[in-house]
Design a protein around this ligand. Structure first.
Ligand SMILES: C[S@@+](CC[C@H](N)C(=O)[O-])C[C@H]1O[C@@H](n2cnc3c(N)ncnc32)[C@H](O)[C@@H]1O
Ligand code: SF4
Ligand code: SF4
Ligand code: SF4
Length: 408
C-alpha cells in the first residue's frame, strides 16, 4: 500500500457519476459522453444500491471536517429516477454521524419537472444547469442524437427551478461559435437573473482510440485541435470584454467564477476554480462501477486510481500517484510560465491544455496562454484596486465608484 497522509486539513472530495456517461443529449463538444467506451463489457451503466450505500458511508466517514459535500455528475444525472436520489437522502441521514451534508447536482436541465424541483427545494440541493447562452449559441452544439436542439427544454427547466425557489447556477462553455459574443452572452444570464455564472473554455484535441473514443488524452502529443475549441485570441477577448462590463456595473451583484478566482489569487487566497489553482488533484471522480479517477477531465485508463471495492477512498485520493498528479501542475511548468509576471494568478492553467510550444521551442505551454496573458494584463489595475479595498476591509465593489470618478 502506498503511503497515506493523515490527518487531512481539507475535505476529501469525490464527484460521483451515478449513471456513468449515459445522456439523453449528445453535445458535439462533450468530453464525457464517449467514456461509455471504457466500459464496453457492461450494458447498464447504473450505480447499484450496494455501491451507493458503500460510497455514502465511506465518503462521510473519510471526512475530517463537519461539513460534507456530495456532487452528482454525469452523463445526465436526471436519467436516474427520483427514487435513486430519495435513497441518497435516506443513506446520508443514516450515515451522517452528526455531520452537515450538502448536495449539488449538475444537469442539462431538459428532464426537470415539478417533482424534481420540489425534491431539490425541499432538500436544499444546489442545481447546476448547463446552458451556453442565448438560443442560437446554445443550440449550435447542445443537441440530442437526432440533432434536435435542447434550448427550449432547458429554459422550461430553469423556469420550473425558479417557480419552486430552487437554488441554481449556470455553467456555460465558451467555444469557437459563441466566443465572439461575450456581451450577448452575459446579458442573457443577467436577464435570467442568474447571479452565479461559470464560464469554461472548450479545448479538446482529436485522436483515435481502439475502443472508439475520439478525444485525445492529455498524455498524447501532436494531436489535432477540435474545431469547436475556442482560440486563445477569442478567449482573451471574451474575458476582457466581459470583465469591462462586469467591473463597471456588477461587482458584488453578479458572481463570475473566473473573476472571483482571479481576485482570490491576487490576494493570496485559494481560488474557487481548479484551473487557476497551484495544484490539481483535490477533486476525484467515481464512476458508476466504483472506479475512481484523478480528475473529471482525466478519466482515461492511465489516470485510474483504483476501485472502491479494492481500495479505500482515502488510499486512492491520498496515494502517491494522486499527490504526484496534484504536484505535476507546478512541476511541469515551462520556463515561460516560471518567469511570467502572472504566474501567481494563472498557474499555467489546466495541465490538460498544455500542448503548445513556447517561442523558444519548449513544450508544455498552455494552448490558451495568449488569452490568459491578455486577460491578466487587462484586469491587473482593477484587481490591484480591489485587493487594496479587501485588505483595508472595504468592499471590492468600490472599484465601480473609482472607475466613475475616473481614477482607473
Ligand atoms: C459533462 S456535463 C455532465 C452533466 C450534465 N449532463 C450537464 O450537461 O450539465 C458537465 C459540464 O461539462 C461541460 N462540458 C462538456 N464538454 C466539455 C468540454 N469538452 N470542455 C469543458 N466543458 C465541457 C458541459 O457543458 C457541462 O456544463
Ligand atoms: S448534456 Fe452534459 S453529459 Fe450530455 S452530452 Fe451534453 S455536456 Fe455531455
Ligand atoms: S487537471 Fe485541470 S480540471 Fe483537473 S484539477 Fe487540474 S486544473 Fe482542474
Ligand atoms: S499567462 Fe501564459 S506564461 Fe503566464 S503563467 Fe499563464 S500560461 Fe504561463
Amino acid at each position: 500500500m502506498s503511503q497515506v497522509a493523515f490527518p487531512f486539513a481539507k475535505p476529501l472530495y469525490v464527484m460521483t457519476k451515478p449513471i456513468g456517461a449515459v445522456c439523453n443529449l449528445a453535445c458535439d463538444y462533450c468530453y464525457y459522453l464517449e467514456k461509455t467506451n471504457l466500459y464496453k463489457d457492461t450494458s447498464k451503466y447504473v450505480m447499484s444500491d450496494e455501491l451507493l450505500e458503500k460510497f455514502i458511508r465511506e465518503y462521510i466517514q473519510s471526512q475530517t471536517m463537519p461539513q460534507v459535500l456530495f456532487t452528482w455528475h454525469g452523463g445526465e444525472t436526471l436519467m436516474r429516477p427520483l427514487s435513486f436520489y430519495k435513497r441518497v437522502m435516506e443513506l446520508q441521514r443514516q450515515y451522517a454521524g452528526g455531520r452537515s451534508i450538502d448536495n449539488c447536482i449538475q444537469t442539462n436541465g431538459t428532464l426537470l419537472n415539478d417533482e424534481w424541483c420540489e425534491f431539490f427545494r425541499k432538500n436544499n440541493w444546489l442545481v447546476g444547469i448547463s446552458i451556453d447562452g442565448p438560443q442560437e449559441f446554445h443550440d449550435e452544439y447542445r443537441k440530442n442524437r437526432q440533432g434536435r436542439p435542447s434550448f427550449v427544454k432547458v429554459m422550461q427547466g430553469i423556469q420550473l427551478l425558479k417557480k419552486h425557489g430552487v437554488e441554481w447556477n449556470a455553467m456555460a462553455v465558451v467555444n469557437d461559435y459563441n466566443a465572439d459574443y461575450p456581451l450577448e452572452f452575459y446579458h442573457f444570464f443577467k436577464e435570467l437573473d442568474c447571479h452565479y455564472i461559470q464560464f469554461a473554455p472548450i479545448v479538446e484535441r482529436l485522436s483515435h482510440h481502439a475502443d472508439g473514443r475520439h478525444l485525445a488524452s492529455p498524455l498524447q502529443k501532436g494531436e489535432k485541435l477540435a474545431d469547436f475549441s475556442v482560440s486563445p485570441e477569442q478567449w482573451g477577448n471574451f474575458l476582457c470584454t466581459l470583465f469591462d462590463e462586469w467591473v463597471r456595473n456588477d461587482v458584488g451583484q453578479f458572481f463570475i467564477q473566473l473573476f472571483d478566482s482571479t481576485l482570490a489569487n491576487w490576494v493570496g487566497e485559494q481560488p474557487g476554480v481548479c484551473s487557476l489553482a497551484k495544484t490539481c488533484g483535490h477533486a476525484g471522480v467515481m464512476e458508476f462501477n466504483g472506479d475512481v479517477y484523478s480528475c473529471d477531465h482525466y478519466v482515461f485508463p492511465e489516470f485510474k486510481l483504483g476501485n472502491i471495492y479494492e481500495k479505500t477512498l482515502i488510499e486512492m485520493m491520498y496515494s502517491d500517484r494522486q499527490l504526484e498528479f496534484g504536484q505535476m501542475k507546478q512541476k511541469a511548468l515551462p520556463t515561460q510560465c516560471r518567469n511570467c509576471e502572472f504566474l501567481f494568478a494563472c498557474n499555467g492553467e489546466c495541465p490538460k491544455n498544455r500542448f503548445a510550444v513556447t517561442p523558444d521551442g519548449e513544450p508544455g505551454l498552455n494552448y490558451l496562454c495568449k488569452g490568459y496573458h491578455q486577460f491578466f494584463s487587462h484586469v491587473a489595475p482593477y484587481m490591484d484596486y480591489m485587493k487594496r479595498e479587501l485588505l483595508a476591509e472595504r468592499a471590492p465593489a468600490n472599484v465601480m465608484e473609482a472607475i466613475r470618478r475616473g481614477e482607473l
